[in-house]
Design a protein around this ligand. Structure first.
Ligand code: NAP
Length: 330
């Protein structure tokens, strides 16, 4: 991952609000906070989150088709217009309460404090957990078609998964590779019908259902996968040069628990309708937010909407905190 920083002003050690994460939720939260005149900084390990690796975004209203990276640029430029400082390339490893402030620490040892923190950190890619997966990461095994697709020009690749990520990756890879297997463990797909129809019509994509990968094989790099039909139990070997794993994501449960956040049964942060959490001053939005009030529909537009709501809630929270600080000074 590239370690770069975007700085539009000197970084201070205290802000009104720290936004952790710079995907559509975090960037939108920062944009709205700036418009509410809340002194805000963004701290994130990367910029764009999942949006940055979307091959093509064709469902964001008003922009009929745009590569994910371009949409990230549009979001970022919009935030930039308001002069919000951004520290990109530093993952946040700790969030602790100190007096009336929340302080974050980054992996590089940087410490920043604020009255409120918005966690918009997204989720981590799920691993397949089969022999050969770890051994061949970067040597044929990939979790990002946009990042690594070009290494497979005119080659044969397999994509694992049955959701939107697997289908959009397969469609993208079909523009580069000679052949794309889309391997899914069930007959039914989670992906949107629009993607499924497009993939079915694509002569370069072969969809294999009721099938799991049991092993990834090769010498120095991937050359084959062992697959098993879950119904007939028949096993066979497919010759492939690459395997793209797109089987969903999981929240970083240990990190969230270490902060003291209440999580839902799947490990996502339990948020109230206003994106507040069980910890006053900590808010969450986007893919990391969950709980009984959350209707899970992971889209750029829903993440952005939650970011805007979180910003409004932080604005109201900070007004109250500052009012009570002023009263206690009287
Ligand atoms: P997802 O919707 O959770 O789909 C994950 C897929 O991987 C499922 O088909 C699942 O199978 C399969 N899977 C999970 N664990 C597996 C395992 N151990 N072995 C084999 N297969 C496994 O994840 P996603 O596709 O990454 O999408 C995440 C969210 O982002 C979704 O809400 C999606 O709509 C959204 N998204 C939207 C777009 C878009 O709108 N353009 C693009 C990308 C992603 P089962 O079906 O059997 O559970």
């Amino acid at each position: 991952m590239s370690r770069f920083r975007l700085r539009f002003e000197k970084i201070k050690d205290k802000y009104d609000c720290i936004v952790v994460g710079a995907g559509p939720a975090g960037l939108t939260a920062a944009l709205y906070l700036a418009r509410f005149n809340i002194d805000t900084v963004i701290v994130s390990k990367d910029i764009g989150g999942k949006m940055a690796v979307a091959p093509l975004v064709d469902d964001y209203p008003g922009i009929s088709e745009v590569p994910g990276v371009k949409l990230v640029e549009l979001f970022t430029n919009h935030v930039k217009k308001y002069g919000v400082p951004m520290i990109i390339g530093e993952a946040v490893v700790d969030v602790v309460k100190e007096g009336d402030m929340w302080c974050i620490e980054t992996e590089g040892g940087r410490k920043l404090c604020a009255y409120a923190v918005i966690l918009a950190i997204g989720v981590e890619k799920r691993k397949l957990g089969v022999p050969g997966e770890d051994k061949f990461i970067g040597r044929g095994v990939s979790y990002c078609a946009v990042c690594d697709g070009m290494f497979f020009k005119d080659k044969v690749v397999a994509v694992v998964g049955g959701g939107d990520s697997a289908f959009s990756s397969a469609l993208y890879l079909s523009t580069i590779a000679r052949k794309v297997y889309l391997i899914h463990r069930r007959e039914i797909f989670k992906a949107m019908p629009y993607y499924i129809e497009k993939a079915k019509k694509n002569p370069k994509i072969e969809i294999i259902t009721n099938t799991v990968i049991t092993e990834i094989l090769g010498d120095k790099k991937v050359s084959k996968i062992k697959v098993k039909n879950t119904i007939t139990k028949e096993e066979k070997i497919l010759d492939v040069d690459g395997v793209f794993i797109e089987i969903g994501s999981e929240p970083p449960k240990q990190f969230l628990k270490s902060i003291g956040l209440e999580l839902d049964e799947n490990g996502y942060i339990a948020v109230n309708p206003d994106m507040s959490t069980n910890l006053p001053g900590i808010f969450a939005c986007g893919d990391i937010a969950g709980g009984r009030y959350k209707y899970r529909f992971e889209q750029i537009i829903t993440a952005a909407a939650e970011g805007a709501i979180a910003a409004k809630s932080v604005y109201e929270y900070i007004i109250k905190v500052k009012q009570s600080e002023n009263n206690s000074l009287k």
